[in-house]
Design a protein around this ligand. Structure first.
Ligand code: IPM
Ligand code: MG
Length: 356
């Protein structure tokens, strides 16, 4: 198949991990006879430095034109004093808004070989397999902001329509899985959450009566994620709660560096990025974990290009490398040797099916 894939490496470890992701894309194209045209563009701090804007129009145009976008990470201490509307993170938010990727799908499936890398007791991790669906283009991230010397405001708004469309993605996923949805809100305090919960009750009863629906307050959900992670199937929640809960959930998988994500719109286009940030503390050292990015490539192949066999081959190659004992520093056993980003990429590429 022919596809246009936009590559946005971004900042910090972003370029290092996307480099490995692109190698995997190339290998897949070669082995399965696809033509992936790759076009690179600037985002985040890299764009700010070059063009004084964190999400240049050319990048947004490319993202809208492409079949899918692979992104590394944005941000870093270098841009800490930049005004809010120019921050690298704002570039990412503008990109998400421009692509209308309202549903951020973050699977959390701890790999057996990495159970020891998680701070959570191993017996609690057995059987954990969940997907967090995070609303991505609304809520407090996108509300009006105000700032004076001594006060600041961030407005949180949700509409029924914004809630329904992300709940629908969660419902469809749960239908293909164990049939359970946990909707997370803070309805004991927030008006937006009271709307969220009432819409969720009504919507699931009407459109997905066969699903088992649970409603949890976000503080309790944060606790249950660690005390009974196995019970969750699909978690659906608003933007900021999803941001926080997925960093927490990543520790079940051993490291932030392991988790991929797919940000989806109403069609097939998507923005694929590891959930980790730019990790300025280790940037440039070649030791970042590329697994989250490479697993994001697998999600890209599956969701945007409908290449299921290719996606499964990439996942199998990542898990194969882990089974063989390859570990970047973030998932290494204390005191044991670890491999570089490049070596991890090599081990994964070596595990892909060979071409004819
Ligand atoms: C994430 C990140 C972003 C977010 C930042 C970099 C803006 O933390 O994708 O989880 O908060 O959405
Ligand atoms: Mg985050």
């Amino acid at each position: 198949m022919d596809a246009l894939i936009a590559i946005l490496p971004g900042d910090g470890i972003g370029p290092e991990v996307t480099h490995e992701g692109v190698r995997v894309l190339n290998a897949i194209a070669e082995q399965y006879g696809h033509r992936f045209e790759r076009r690179e563009a600037l985002i985040g701090g890299a764009a700010l430095d070059a063009l004084d804007i964190p999400a240049p129009e050319a990048t947004l145009d490319l993202a809208r034109e492409a079949d899918a976008v692979l992104l590394g990470a944005v941000g870093g201490p270098k841009w800490n004093d930049v005004p809010g509307d120019k921050r690298p993170e704002r570039g990412l938010l503008n990109l998400r808004a421009a692509m209308n990727t309202f549903a951020n799908v973050r699977p959390v499936v701890p790999h057996e070989a990495l159970r020891g890398a998680s701070p959570i007791k191993e017996e609690l991790l057995v059987g954990v397999d969940m997907i967090v669906v995070r609303e991505l283009t609304g809520g407090i991230y996108f509300g009006e902001k105000q700032r004076s010397a001594d006060s600041a405001t961030d407005v949180c708004t949700y509409t029924r329509e914004e809630i329904v469309r992300v709940l629908r993605i969660a419902g469809q996923l749960a239908q293909q899985r164990k049939g359970r949805v946990t909707s997370v809100d803070k309805s004991n305090v927030l008006e937006t959450s009271r709307l969220w919960q009432s819409v969720a009750r009504e919507f699931f009863a009407e459109e997905f009566p066969e699903l088992e629906i649970e409603h949890l307050l976000v503080d309790a959900a944060a606790m249950h994620l660690l005390s009974r992670p196995r019970d969750f199937d699909v978690i659906v929640t608003e933007n900021m709660f999803g941001d926080i809960l997925t960093d927490e959930a990543s520790m079940l998988a051993g490291s932030m560096g392991m988790l991929p994500s797919a940000s989806l719109n109403a069609g097939k286009k998507g923005l694929y990025e590891p959930i980790h940030g730019s990790a300025p503390d280790i940037a440039g050292q070649g030791i970042a974990n590329p697994c989250g990015c490479i697993l994001s490539v697998a999600m890209l192949l599956r969701h945007s290009l409908s290449l299921e066999a290719e996606a499964a081959a990439v996942e199998a190659a990542v898990f194969g490398a882990l089974d063989q004992g390859y570990r970047t520093a973030d998932i290494a056993i204390a005191g044991a040797p670890s491999v570089t980003t490049r070596e991890m990429g090599d081990a994964i590429a070596a595990g892909l099916p060979a071409g004819d």
